[in-house]
Design a protein around this ligand. Structure first.
Ligand SMILES: CC(C)(COP(=O)(O)OP(=O)(O)OC[C@H]1O[C@@H](n2cnc3c(N)ncnc32)[C@H](O)[C@@H]1OP(=O)(O)O)[C@@H](O)C(=O)NCCC(=O)NCCS
Length: 158
């Protein structure tokens, strides 16, 4: 497996694979080509034998200079459980650290127990909140449209 940053030519494969890889709650705004144009160095593809088996979209925060944010990650269902997600995150951590970032943030919805387990395994903690939903602390109305999110945080060890 190799991990590399995205190229504009990856856009079609991602748009084609993402709905199946994500599942029924996929929304078309989860991925857009402008991520590749403006955050290319922190948007990553995992490849095996020339085929994309996973991708990650993230960026370095402009507002918080020691933070980086992972917007989304997806791994081909047939390649799950083999360390692809861990490899994508590890590569992103390295790129973030090389740019002086010490904190990685990302979010998920409280019903996605698989995502919570994955992030916990990768060393993320869940940010405390005043309220819990489905047994987990959540930030209410995180997206400004009523969507609640579990807030993950990981400190990079230097
Ligand atoms: C979440 C996802 C990215 C994980 O990718 P993956 O390649 O299967 O994960 P890895 O094989 O690298 O697993 C890394 C660790 O997380 C754990 N893990 C991964 N998926 C898990 C699950 N469903 N339940 C429990 N633990 C899980 C693994 O056991 C592993 O731990 P270990 O290294 O200590 O053994 C993948 O399942 C996916 O694409 N899901 C759909 C999209 C999604 O939910 N994205 C996350 C929300 S943004």
């Amino acid at each position: 497996m190799i991990i590399r940053h995205m190229e504009p030519e990856d856009c079609g494969a991602i748009i084609s694979a993402a709905p199946d890889w994500w599942g029924s709650t996929y929304a078309s705004d989860m991925f857009s080509s402008w991520y590749i144009h403006h955050f290319r160095e922190t948007c990553l593809v995992a490849e095996q034998g020339g085929d994309m088996i996973g991708f990650l979209m993230g960026f370095l925060s402009q507002t918080v200079p020691d933070e980086a944010y992972i917007r989304i990650v997806m791994v081909d269902p047939v390649a799950r459980g083999q360390g692809v997600g861990r490899a994508l995150y590890g590569n992103f951590f390295d790129r973030a650290a090389a740019s002086g970032r010490t904190t990685i943030r990302c979010v998920t919805v409280p019903r996605k127990k698989d995502s919570i387990a994955f992030h916990t395994k990768l060393g993320f903690s869940i940010e405390p909140q005043e309220q819990e939903l489905e047994g987990v602390p959540v930030c209410l109305n995180y997206d400004g449209r009523g969507g609640n999110r579990v807030m993950f945080k990981k400190l990079l060890v230097r």
